[in-house]
Design a binder for this molecule. Structure first.
Ligand code: FAD
Length: 383
């Protein structure tokens, strides 16, 4: 008998864990509450194939290497060579070259103990420091990344600007489909519309959000800070070209991208898909965040209101991964191992990486913890 492993959640983490576990000889069942796998990485079907969560996949990271080794890399596209429009210090203009120079001149390492803002102020003037804090919003989603650990914010900034970010062609459901197909071909059972109400018996990986893992286990130590933000998605008639691919409000912490410029399959011919993230301070209402987004669009895209065909918006909490306060690193987050047979692998777990990569590395730590039966299954030999 090969051992049985239950994975709760068929998001990126659960599907990656299912593939690797099946490769290692586990008999895997994945229980997924939703009718489709993918979790936050699901995207909508046409006409506007908006992503629910992630946009950028990092081709310089460990997960991409993992996908490459298995022939699972999705088709990707790069950001088009278009202007990035930036609002900083109340003024709208092209991305300031001096900001890139200031970021490049920062020391290669930053301390864990100090806040990002305090550390920046030892190296650049106040205006530049606030602009850099505004840039780091894009990769942390936090309303004030200046309050985070300098080491954490700085590492996110370096990694995100290293040039490894790409977009998954057709939306992230393309990658979810590849992962689910491979998991199934290795013999993993993916049971959709199956909400797990209590901890499974036997070896298990909870590959849910950290909050859901807390509810399932009743373990109140399963908590870690994460950002609060608003998302606004718009499908528009392509009546005119505002001349930018990204509009970034460093003052107000808003990031808007015309993703269908990079990948025209995301919107019908003659239409555009724009997806926008706006940081939300605790207590800020959705309507207020939307108003800030509208103000940026009014300034940067005359006529956008009349072109809107479809829109949706939401406040998102605890779903953009971990953020580390000063004095903490990923080692301090909730441990993956929760006993002999129970593991919790989330994007807020004690694992290294950038955004979705954290859940993936946590899944690998979970499989190490659970021990493996290394003999590959017949299905794996065939794949
Ligand atoms: C707006 C936004 C932008 C982002 N941008 C990026 C980005 O650019 N790049 C990047 O790498 N990451 C990004 N992220 C983060 C990324 O989306 C997540 O890190 C990643 O999708 C998490 O995957 P997961 O599988 O760990 O969790 P999830 O996707 O949350 O999957 C958990 C699954 O568990 C299921 N589930 C929950 N409870 C139960 C239960 N009781 N029984 C059965 N199933 C259950 C859920 O239905 C879900 O399918 C972004 C996130 C957001 C919200």
């Amino acid at each position: 008998m090969k051992p049985d492993l239950t994975i709760v959640g068929a998001g990126l983490t659960g599907l990656t864990a299912a593939i690797e576990a099946a490769e290692r000889g586990w008999r895997v069942t994945v229980a997924e509450a939703h009718s489709r796998p993918g979790g936050r990485a699901r995207s909508l079907a046409a006409p506007y194939r908006a992503n629910t969560g992630p946009h950028a996949i990092y081709v310089d990271g460990p997960w991409w290497a993992w996908l490459e080794r298995r022939g699972l890399t999705p088709p990707i596209v790069e950001a088009p060579r278009y202007v990035s429009l930036v609002r900083a210090g109340g003024r709208l203009g092209p991305w300031p070259a001096e900001l890139s120079e200031a970021i490049a001149a920062l020391p290669a390492e930053a301390p864990t103990e100090e806040s990002f803002r305090a550390w920046l102020l030892r190296h650049v003037d106040t205006k530049t420091a606030e602009a850099i804090v505004g840039v780091v919003f894009i990769f942390t989603f936090d309303h004030d990344p200046g309050r985070l650990s300098a080491a954490f914010a700085h590492q996110r900034l370096r990694r995100a600007l290293a040039g490894g970010a790409r977009y998954v062609a057709g939306g992230w459901s393309t990658l979810v489909g590849l992962l689910a197909e491979r998991a199934a071909s290795l013999g993993a059972q993916i049971r959709t519309q199956t909400r797990v109400p209590a901890l499974p018996a036997g070896p298990a990986i909870l590959a849910t959000s950290l909050a859901t893992a807390r509810q399932l286990t009743g373990d109140r130590s399963l908590t870690w800070p994460s950002a609060r933000m608003a998302t606004v998605d718009l499908g528009l008639r392509a009546d005119g070209d505002p001349g930018w691919f990204r509009a970034i409000d460093l003052d107000d912490r808003i990031y808007a991208a015309r993703y269908s410029l990079a990948d025209p399959t995301l919107a019908p011919p003659g239409h555009e898909l724009i997806q926008i993230s706006a940081a939300c301070a605790p207590g800020e209402r959705k309507t207020d965040a939307e108003r800030r987004v509208q103000r940026l669009l009014d300034q940067s895209w005359p006529g956008w209101r009349a072109a809107v065909q479809w829109h949706r918006s939401a406040i998102r909490t605890h779903c953009t991964g971990a953020i580390d306060p000063p004095g903490t690193t990923w080692h301090d987050r909730p441990a993956v191992s929760r006993g002999n047979t129970l593991t919790v692998a989330t994007d807020q777990s004690a694992a290294p990486g950038l955004l979705a990569e954290v859940g993936i590395t946590a899944a690998q730590l979970a499989l190490q913890q659970l021990g493996e039966t290394p003999r590959p299954t017949q299905a794996h030999k065939r794949a």
